[in-house]
Structure formats: C-alpha cells, structure tokens
Unconditional design. Structure first.
Length: 31
C-alpha cells in the first residue's frame, strides 16, 4: 500500500501532528 508508506513517511517527517487521527483514518480505510 503506497498510501500507508506515504503516511508513515509523513509521520516520521512530522507532517502528522495528530497521530491518533491518522490511526482513525487508517481504520476507516480498512473498513
């Protein structure tokens, strides 16, 4: 999944300030 890789890269770069919201987004995508 390229989207997940991009998201993880964003987190490592500090693009995602709210990690919890990212987890929620990921859960919604898998549902």
């Amino acid at each position: 999944m390229p989207e997940l890789l991009t998201a993880l890269t964003g987190i490592m770069n500090g693009s995602y300030g709210d990690y919890e919201q990212f987890l929620r987004e990921l859960c919604h995508r898998q549902t």
